[in-house]
Design a protein around this ligand. Structure first.
Ligand code: SF4
Length: 491
């Protein structure tokens, strides 16, 4: 995307962002490639599990149990982590979480900071907060480092630099690492490794996210493929982990379920290359690992999501990114168009709940409601139901009952009018039947397939906005005889 995409793009401008992304052929090719490669790998990895559906059900049951008693599991997690030597900090919102991290770094005089990939720290804009205090945190995940060098934001939960071509990365490295431009992946990763190794060696503190926090033992688990998270959490003297409160799970044995689901869903791997289980700080000076471990438990709107069952399921998300890879909207426009930290279907339901609908009201409409996200989600989150619930709030106001504390977002008058007409006609059997007859008449002159394109010429002439809607969409021809005809007259 252009400069505008990274400076002014917000969730408020989704429609404009999407139009700009659609005009970027390199981005669309990269997204197609991602969907194909990860899609194929995922299918093979999923097939290697005997009872994938049963596994998904177990994962969802564990998450539901945890969310129903979240306060108790969090307390158990905090007590057990503290017993193992970790210090627990509670943060109600992003500002508090950043303050905690800044305070910890300031107390220790830590100026050199390395970070491993973490959506929670992206959510609270931790890098910005650190930079505002004169610190220069270094992202150590290769994809995150690339976008940090480019002063951009991640465009995918799991593959943050998917929008960048090899050439763009080669040019970026040439500019920042004083090397010749190259598109050779091995040369680029070697150069990154050389540069990042020094940053680990000199770091005073390492900041990470958390994939799962185990209540039973106070252990945190971090999954990754590059070894950078392990270095971030073990080389510097101080390790600070930022963990969303929904990441807690009851038992160590539950990891058996999630370790089978997450890598397969996210990258199509049977298991990630590294799984770091961290239980407190090192016990004796001879041990390896950090002298201090701090865990910042982040709420930032999550408690609010617990209130309504349909919304609560958003907190079951394990950030695998699978729903992005299958979403027909994400596949066309990529992550930056969403103008939020969390893109794709899960972003379209998480961001409005975290930030409020006033500025994000376009996001719940950034979906065809095809249900592919629900079908692929390893924890069976019903994202279409969430999208509809949020759409209802956009139209009617909070809790669908009007807008007492927030003005409802405005939908386009023509769109409202069309849907009102549609609801009026198709909720009356006679009008429904007549509209189907008219559609059959309109398709009559069309050749096989693509009949709506012909219709679009008529609609473009009658009402230009309708023509624009049908110009990019196709539909199968209607059957010559309807179900009603068959029922009434016999086959
Ligand atoms: S909603 Fe489901 S598929 Fe999407 S990132 Fe979360 S766990 Fe993965």
């Amino acid at each position: 995307m252009t400069e505008r995409a990274h400076s002014n793009v917000t969730a408020e401008t989704f429609d404009a962002n999407a139009r700009e992304a659609l005009a970027d052929p390199q981005l669309r090719a990269a997204l197609r490639n991602l969907a194909n490669v990860i899609g194929d790998r995922r299918q093979t990895a999923v097939a290697s599990v005997g009872d994938w559906e049963g596994l998904r059900d177990r994962a969802r049951a564990i998450k539901d149990e945890t969310l129903a008693h979240l306060d108790e599991y969090l307390e158990t997690f905090a007590n057990n982590a503290a017993k193992a030597g970790a210090e627990i900090h509670w943060a109600r919102d992003a500002a508090e979480a950043c303050d905690v991290v800044l305070h910890l770094l300031g107390q220790r005089g830590a100026t050199r900071v390395v970070k491993s990939k973490s959506m929670a720290t992206e959510e609270i804009h931790l890098n910005k907060a650190l930079e505002a205090e004169g610190l220069s945190p270094v992202e150590t995940d290769l994809g995150e480092w690339i976008i940090q060098l480019a002063h951009e934001t991640p465009s995918h939960i799991v593959v943050p630099a998917i929008h960048k071509s090899r050439k763009q990365i080669g040019d970026l490295f040439a500019k920042h690492l004083s090397m010749e431009p190259t598109e050779d992946v091995a040369a680029l990763t070697r150069a990154a490794r050389r540069s990042l190794r020094d940053r680990f060696a000199e770091a005073d503190a390492g900041i990470s996210g958390v994939n799962f926090g185990v209540a039973e033992t106070g252990t945190i688990l971090i999954l990754e493929n590059e070894g950078n998270a392990r270095l971030t959490t073990s080389v510097p003297r101080t390790h600070i982990a930022v963990m969303g409160i929904e990441k807690v799970i009851p038992r160590l044995a539950d990891l058996d379920v999630f370790l089978k689901l997450l890598p397969r869903s996210g990258t199509g791997q049977r298991l990630t290359a590294y799984q770091s289980l961290i239980t407190g700080r090192k016990r004796s000076p001879k041990d390896e690992g950090p002298e201090e471990v701090h865990i910042v438990l982040l709420d930032n709107g999550r408690s609010r999501m617990l209130e309504r069952p349909v919304r609560r399921q958003s907190l079951a998300c394990i950030r695998c990114g699978a729903c992005l890879n299958v979403c027909p909207v994400y596949q066309q426009v990529g992550g930056h168009a969403y103008g939020s930290v969390y893109p794709g279907p899960i972003g379209a339901v998480l961001t409005p709940q975290l930030e409020g609908l006033k500025r994000t009201s376009q996001l719940p409409f950034a979906s065809s409601l095809c249900g592919a996200c629900r079908d692929v989600c390893p924890v069976k989150i019903d994202i279409p139901a969430l999208l509809l619930d949020l759409r209802a709030e956009v139209v009617a106001g909070p809790a669908h009952g009007g807008p007492p504390d927030r003005e409802p977002a405005k939908r386009k008058p023509l769109e409202r009018w069309i849907f009102a007409l549609y609801a009026f006609a198709w909720s009356r059997p006679g009008l429904y039947e007549w509209s189907a007859r008219i559609a059959r008449l309109l398709q009559w002159p069309a050749t096989r397939g693509g009949w709506t394109r012909k219709v679009s010429r008529v609609t473009a002439w009658l009402a230009p906005p309708l023509g624009a809607w049908t110009a990019g969409r196709d539909a199968p021809p209607l059957a010559p005889r309807s179900f009603r005809d068959e029922w009434r007259d016999g086959p």
